[in-house]
Ligand binder design. Sequence first.
Ligand code: FMN
Length: 203
Amino acid sequence: MNDQVMRNLSYGLFVLTAKDGEKDNGCIINTVCQVASEPNTISISVNKQNFTCEMIRKTGCFNVSILSENAKFPTFQHFGFQSGRDTDKMKSIAFSRAANGVAYLDGDEVNAFISGRVLHSIDLGSHMLFIAAVTDGEILHSDPSATYSFYFAHIKPKPEAKPAAKKGWICTICGYIYEGEILPDDFICPVCKHPASDFKKLE
Ligand SMILES: Cc1cc2nc3c(=O)[nH]c(=O)nc-3n(C[C@H](O)[C@H](O)[C@H](O)COP(=O)(O)O)c2cc1C
């Protein structure tokens, strides 16, 4: 089997938000999928280490803000490269609340939001798969939705200087460098939480 085959799958990009008591939080995910139409049902897959995952396991509610091609890299850094355990990510972010009380981003980087109520939670090891009823949603802009490929081609900055001086493995998602000849199979990027399969050896 070619281990790279999973890279040919196509994904959208989203800010997944949750609210637990007074605490709002959100993280970037690429794993939202409509899995049934009658009734309208989606799935999301969230790393168990993410604070947002913990909040959804507790509250059973979330919103998905669909990022458009207008999304900027700082938004990915803000929601994808740091944890809400360490910082208040919703401070200084433009958002509104949906009928479920959970925030969704309403700036010009998002073209729609969807609200979900968890029906089933499936423990997949590294991730929780949540199957959720769609309870609300609105279209906010007409800009096309961003895909993962669009993110790599047009949003994520290309590395400037070659990190040739360093030997090791680079995370192709966020640029974190693991220094060492052998990358453990179960290594998880400490910055963006992606697995060893998303690392490339520095030549
Ligand atoms: C482009 C990109 C895609 C990501 N996709 C996912 C994903 O599908 N599932 C996931 O759990 N985390 C994903 N992440 C990582 C989380 O956004 C990241 O770990 C975040 O810091 C978690 O924040 P939290 O602890 O506040 O929930 C992605 C990050 C980036 C930059």
